[in-house]
Write a protein that binds this ligand. Sequence first.
Ligand SMILES: Nc1ccn([C@@H]2O[C@H](COP(=O)(O)OP(=O)(O)OP(=O)(O)O)[C@@H](O)[C@H]2O)c(=O)n1
Ligand SMILES: C[C@](O)(CO)[C@H](O)COP(=O)(O)O
Length: 229
Amino acid sequence: MSERFFALVPAAGSGSRAGQPIPKQYVELAGRSLIAHTLAALAAVPELAQTLVVLAPEDARFAAAVPGFAGWSARCGGATRAASVRAGLQALRERGAGEQDWVLVHDAARCLLRPEWVQGLIEACRADAVGGLLAQPVADTLKRADAQGRVQHTQDRRELWAAQTPQMFRLGLLAHALDAAGEAVTDEASAIEQLGLAPRLVRAPLDNFKLTLPEDFALAELILRSRQA
Ligand SMILES: Nc1ccn([C@@H]2O[C@H](COP(=O)(O)OP(=O)(O)OP(=O)(O)O)[C@@H](O)[C@H]2O)c(=O)n1
Ligand SMILES: C[C@](O)(CO)[C@H](O)COP(=O)(O)O
């Protein structure tokens, strides 16, 4: 069987930094839930065989937030993003995904995703021995701070990129990397790097940002509405 591409969407977080009354993935923006925007973008990527959403075990909102969702969901989320992704990889295996299939892990909370960015990542990485991720070269001048909030020094930014998602690796390699890395890694690429491998960086736009803080929601809504106009 030829290799396939699966999307894996961790959506089991609580959104503790977002200041919302419900988990941030279920907040409504421009007429539908944040996660519904994310899944609509993935559904428009023809290369993807299927999308699996990782939910918290106690999740009771998904079905109403994404009516008619045609992909897979599994209530196997863990205490950390890494644990949720590991459980999601196992859920993909149980649904027939193989160790050589590609998995594109994408945060539910990056709801401004566009299908063409995903296609660009796939094109750039499908022949790559390691895999890669969407990312953006850092544009601001970077300061390292001390505990009092005063500048210690200015960091050279020339080789620095901000990691985004999707992050795309073969299922078997990613599962092995995450098992070895433990809970502390904040993205898939970090786990792969710890194996001594170098994921490919694929340049992506700034508006693929992750909704994390309260002020991110108004900006995301503005962008989503401007796309509808
Ligand atoms: N235990 C966790 C933690 C996070 N995520 C998911 O990973 C993505 C990125 O994580 P983040 O932005 O940190 O989300 P939260 O953990 O929900 O936010 P916070 O850290 O502010 O609590 C989100 O789509 C989130 O739902 C997950 O599936 N399981
Ligand atoms: C995966 C990620 O979105 C890449 O930038 C990020 O590392 C998630 O970090 P968080 O602290 O779990 O939000």
